[in-house]
Design a protein around this ligand. Sequence first.
Ligand SMILES: Cc1cc2nc3c(=O)[nH]c(=O)nc-3n(C[C@H](O)[C@H](O)[C@H](O)COP(=O)(O)O)c2cc1C
Ligand code: SF4
Ligand code: SF4
Length: 366
Amino acid sequence: MNKRIYVFSGSGNSLYLAKKIAGSVGECEIVGVGKDTVIALDGVEMVGFVFPTHYCAAPKIVKDKLRALVGADVGSASGMKASLTEVRAEEKSEVSGDVEGKVESGCQMAVADSVVSECVESECVDSEGAVNECVVSDGVEGESVVSGAVNKCVVGEGSVVIEPKPYVFVLATCGGFAGNAVSGVVEILAEKGVKVDFGLGVKMVANAVTHYDLKSKGAIAKKLAKADKNIDKIAEQIRGKESNKTKKQIAFLKKMNAKWEQKVGNFAKDYVVSDDCVACGGCVNICPTRNIQLKAVESNKGEQVEGGTAARQKPVFGEDCQACLACLHNCSKSAINYQTKTQKRGRYRHPQIAISELVAINKTVS
Ligand SMILES: Cc1cc2nc3c(=O)[nH]c(=O)nc-3n(C[C@H](O)[C@H](O)[C@H](O)COP(=O)(O)O)c2cc1C
Ligand code: SF4
Ligand code: SF4
């Protein structure tokens, strides 16, 4: 198969969307984004990234895995001329500016470690040898542009050439507002020299019962029917390899999301497991980051019972949570709750997605 969709999904919306697109384009594999996933684009003619919006951005794991993408693998089967590292090294000698000794290069394609650079020209990565001007930021959330610090980055000999370049699309499902979810991923991929052809936020059903209650069943069915019409159209556009222009990131949403990302790993620390839990291990299997273990515990805090014979098994949560809510929504006993907020709230999984499908893409069972 030479088409691939990487998907992350907690309650099935994004998986449903990915399946619909895969069905439309044909010959397309769906790969889950989980703890062990390595994103590689070798030899694919089409690649998509489909995920939910979390706090107006892509889930942290999706961004982290994309940052780990090796740029040199893009299109390497037929024309990658140099590794990104080599390109960086070459550009380093051609860059004219330096900001407080921190900035090694100003081009988004040549981002030095821990330096965030924003390119004024979206087409900075240019295989034609074009010279683009980049404004170099100071690395703080990419928003405080250092005044007057303009670097020129020359992209020429030995630059990343992708021939044929894969058709790349990015779809962020959301409850109503995708914010920077698409644009953030577009920027990360641009840093890797991968231009996104098509990106959209796709309104489905809001699943964050940790924050609000679900809509009524009727309202959910209506929303999904509306989403389906939109999805059919999007699937058609992607099949025809259409392109669109994605917006830039909104700075204050970026800031808000950065705060969220600082604490998301510990999100599950606020889960409490009720005595309805039957220790089936379902949550363990569905967690994309292997953040859940069944242990003999005596309290909801997960403390071990020392030699306690009366201890029962319960899920205990670690510090690698993505707040995807897969465990909470898919427990057959609704035994997982967030603080005291979700006990009376409903649970949601896209009606056409089975638990086994989510388990399969999250691949936590070895
Ligand atoms: C932690 C969290 C944060 C969310 N933030 C947003 C948001 O900022 N905007 C939005 O429209 N929906 C938001 N949602 C809703 C999801 O993006 C939406 O329901 C998505 O389709 C779920 O996809 P999935 O079932 O594939 O996980 C959030 C959901 C979660 C769990
Ligand atoms: S919390 Fe739910 S899914 Fe997890 S082990 Fe208990 S019953 Fe099974
Ligand atoms: S612990 Fe639950 S919410 Fe956190 S990543 Fe695992 S399945 Fe998702």
